[in-house]
Design a protein around this ligand. Structure first.
Ligand code: HT7
Ligand code: ZN
Length: 844
């Protein structure tokens, strides 16, 4: 397959002013007529070519004259007038057989589209690239009652509807939905007084699950006006819930399409985490209207321009709606466990990649989450005031543009009148910077020596130091008080020394406060500070960090045959968990453990070879020890954290349930599951029901509850996904693969539904000791399924294949077993471009 390079970018040879599309819908033979006004691009003369895949061309003409184009690997080409002309074509496509869920497809009787990144070329012939922007007018013909597209509704009759989107957009933002749907609606009045019709469209029976998404949408619209001064720009905003969907949701202009799991919510079927996720995804997709749609990307290498910024904006939103410290910790947990892992392995790539074979493989935690971290660092560097001025300038200067990262950085440079060329390295250099910290103290002078290195990553060696904004503070070791204000140090060199004079005693250091820079801090020399930090830290992130780091070291020590944490650790934990001045959500995070995969990575980075089974046993052993240490306080604290009255998904109740359910997990290690069974039987919301089920399954007492859960929820596809993943996720290591296999043999295991496939396979992969079973059964099982799924849905298979990315951490036997599977996959005929690229990168 062809590799595409950022450095080869050339502007489009032909531009589009207007697109007219007519769809005559049919499951296996949908007709799409297009009428497109092209004109040569005076700045970039070249040949005329259109993208097109899986299309049956019925007819084509230019200015009314039939033409006979030549077909190419990814579309067609033809000689055309060197003046504006009208291209007309009719193609036939088959939505029913499209299981790739890209282009136009059918999901449970509903027609829907997914065009990002390159799905529009499966709908009709078109220059399917984001720098070609045009207005779209769409006519849909079908007997189905609801026919939707982008923009404003301009006409509707029996069996048809017409839509016009006045905002020029790239084809990846095109959308169409047709089905027997119901809507739950509301209105929003913008700051300038325009009324917008809001609607969430769902299948019959799901109407009662739309309120939360609708409310989240209204909160997002108000927030974007307040914080970024951005108003919505159409008369209608539609959200549609779809059962079969490859990702969370899609920001199509005026017609967002959502994975049903990212929109439908009710207390009895959705957990607190689901509510928070839905709120964040609705916000994310809405925020794309400005950061993505009004200002889009010049090419797919600039993906982080819209995704990093939009993730950053949705993180800000969640911080404002909920608890900022808790959100920062949650984001850091995700970044470290997923993005740092990606950055440390064979799939590492810069936030702005330089080449790709399949762009769908680059919708990654690096582009999204590290991309968002870069925005956070920029904001720190320039200050809040300059940040919002730079954003105003960005919206003013680039509205209607297909922009680049250079454009983005330039608005900051112009705002601060400074040079950010070193900061640009964050976009081009892959790998997580490591900052080694040592200190000296002599004659009242304290020196902090910071040494920055960036590891080699595929295709990149000898990197330049990054510009790192490092927030730090000093503490008095005897009083525990913070000495002065927090300081922001600008690290630009490989080695920096920060000096403080006139100190009476050697201070205690608090570094990278708020986790403001996405780096690995090697603070081995400061390990003794952690108990001090648990007691005295003024930065909520670093206080949690101290607990996290102690827990991690305790687990490593247990997994490598040493004794585990000492009494002071357990005492500190007991103190914190009972400290009513702390938010329960924060206390729940303090009690949390790093994942088994995080521990494996830590052991590997320290030069060891992780043993998944020993790590699993270590996590179980530590849970038991914590439970035993807290046993006197567990029942009362668990009771105190119970929430009574009407369920609310807002932060305060959510935090209490998070702590209560963390405590329940510990309690069940002591009482054989009695409390968990009671909670399961009495639960009146999904958060408590599923937490109790997990607690029971984790101690192998879950069979009765499992059966009851299935009987209660067998008709609810989304809830049943939780039932599937709970089993593969909690199965004992020796039973995990067999459990997964049994589940995949059930009639209701519809693997063409990405949510169901991910529930089973994602649960198994998260169950490290089970997936990495010594006999390699987990690897063979996954490889079999990747091959099967790839034939229908390459995106889904390719994403799941990343489970193999950590293979070089393990012992030689496991490495051989995995290599055998990787080679078996690569040897398969007609493997997709997606999976070929992923497995080849992982194998190297
Ligand atoms: N911009 C979207 C990214 C996306 C996607 C969504 C659904 C299915 C396939 C997809 N490919 C790429 C989602 C977002 O970041 O908001
Ligand atoms: Zn996005």
């Amino acid at each position: 397959p062809q590799r595409i390079h950022l450095s080869d970018y050339t502007p489009p040879a032909y531009l589009v002013d207007e697109v007219h599309l007519t769809f005559v819908l049919d499951p296996t033979s949908t007709r799409v007529k297009s009428r497109i006004a092209f004109r040569p691009n005076p700045d970039a003369p070249g040949t005329f070519a259109l993208h097109g895949e899986h299309l049956d061309l019925i007819s084509a003409s230019i200015d009314g004259e039939p033409v006979d184009p030549a077909f190419t690997e990814d579309g067609l080409t033809l000689s055309v007038p060197e003046a504006p002309f009208i291209w007309e074509a009719e193609v036939e496509i088959s939505p029913e057989t499209n299981k790739a869920l890209e282009g136009l497809y059918l999901s449970n009787g509903m027609y829907c589209t997914q065009c990002e990144a390159q799905g529009f070329r499966r709908i009709t012939y078109y220059p399917d690239r984001p720098d070609v922007m045009a207005t779209f007018t769409v006519r849909i013909e079908s007997d189905l009652p609801v026919l939707l597209s982008n923009g404003n509704l301009t006409g509707r009759g029996d069996g048809w509807s017409e839509w016009h989107d006045p905002w020029p957009k790239p084809a990846y933002l095109f959308a169409l939905v047709a089905g027997d749907l119901l809507d739950v609606h509301d209105t929003f009045t913008t700051a300038s007084g325009r009324e917008v019709q809001l609607a969430v469209w769902v299948r019959k029976g799901d109407e009662h699950k739309c309120g939360w998404a609708l409310n989240s949408l209204k909160k997002s619209m108000a927030w974007d006006e307040e914080v970024y001064g951005r108003e919505y720009d159409l008369d209608i905003f539609n959200i549609v819930a779809v059962d079969d969907f490859n990702m969370g949701a899609m920001e199509n202009k005026g017609l967002n399409i959502f994975n049903a799991s990212a929109v439908l919510a009710s207390p009895d079927t959705s957990t607190d985490a689901d509510f928070e996720r839905i709120e964040a995804i609705v916000a994310h997709e809405y925020f794309h209207n400005w950061t993505g749609n009004r200002i889009t990307c010049r090419d797919w290498f600039q993906l982080c321009l819209k995704e990093g910024l939009t993730v950053f904006r949705d993180q800000q939103f969640t911080s404002d709606m909920r608890s900022a410290p808790v959100k920062r910790i949650e984001d850091a947990i995700l970044l470290r466990s997923r993005q740092f892992r990606e950055d440390a392995g064979p799939l590492a790539h810069p936030v702005r990649p330089e080449s790709f074979v399949e762009i769908n493989n680059f919708y990654t935690v690096t582009v999204y989450e590290k991309g968002a971290e870069l925005i956070g660092m920029l904001k720190r560097l320039v200050g809040d005031d300059a940040y919002y001025r730079a954003l105003d300038l960005y919206f003013d200067r680039h509205d209607g543009d297909a922009a680049t990262i250079e454009d983005w950085i330039k608005v900051f440079e112009d705002t601060i009148d400074g040079d950010l060329s070193q900061f640009m390295l964050w976009y081009s250099q892959a790998g997580t910077p490591r900052l080694t910290v040592t200190e000296t103290f002599e004659d009242g002078t304290h020196e902090i020596i910071l040494e920055q290195t960036i590891p080699n990553t595929p295709g990149q060696t000898n990197k330049h130091p990054h510009h790192i904004p490092l927030a730090f503070a000093l503490f008095d070791p005897t009083t525990g008080a913070q000495l002065g204000e927090e300081v922001l140090a600008d690290l630009t060199e490989a080695r920096t020394v920060l000096r403080h004079e006139g100190l009476e005693r050697k201070p205690v250091l608090s570094l990278n406060r708020g986790f403001a820079a996405p780096i690995i801090l090697d603070t081995t020399s400061l390990a003794d500070n952690r108990l001090f930090a648990l007691a005295n830290e003024t930065d909520s992130f670093n206080r949690w960090e101290a607990a996290r780091s102690l827990t991690r070291d305790g687990l490593i020590s247990l997994a490598t045959g040493e004794g585990g944490p000492d009494d002071p650790y357990f005492d500190a934990l007991a103190g914190l968990v009972q400290d009513d001045t702390l938010d329960p959500a924060y206390r729940a995070l303090i009690l949390g453990q790093p994942s088994q995969d995080d521990i494996a990575q830590a052991i590997f980075e320290a030069g060891g070879t992780p043993d998944p089974l020993l790590i699993y046993r270590a996590t179980e052993a530590l849970r038991l020890r914590v439970a035993q240490r807290l046993q006197d306080i567990l029942p009362a604290l668990y009771a105190k954290m119970q929430v009574h009255g009407v369920y609310s998904p807002e932060a305060s109740d959510t935090g209490k349930r998070a702590l209560a359910n963390r405590l329940l997990g510990l309690l069940s290690r002591l009482d054989g599951g009695t409390a968990a069974q009671i909670q399961f039987d009495r639960a009146d919301n999904m958060t408590n029901q599923i937490a109790a089920l997990h607690a029971l399954l984790s101690i192998d007492r879950g069979q009765t509850a499992l059966a009851a859960f299935e009987a209660q929820w067998r008709d609810d596809r989304l809830v049943m996904n939780k039932w599937f993943s709970a089993q593969t996720g909690t199965a004992a290591p020796e039973a995990a693969v067999a459990t997964a296999r049994t589940l995949t043999e059930r009639e209701d295991f519809d693997w063409t539904n990405p949510n169901r496939f991910r529930a089973v396979m994602g649960g198994l992969i998260a169950n490290s000791a089970g997936f990495h079973a010594e006999d390699g059964a987990g690897y063979t099982f996954l490889a079999d399924w990747l091959l099967k799924v790839d034939a229908k849905n390459p995106q889904l298979a390719a994403r799941m294949s990343a489970a193999f990315e950590t293979w070089k951490r393990y012992d030689a036997d496991r490495q051989d077993l995995i290599k055998t599977q990787l080679d078996r996959i690569l040897a398969k005929d007609s493997l997709s471009r997606d999976l070929t690229e992923m497995i080849s990168r992982i194998r190297n």
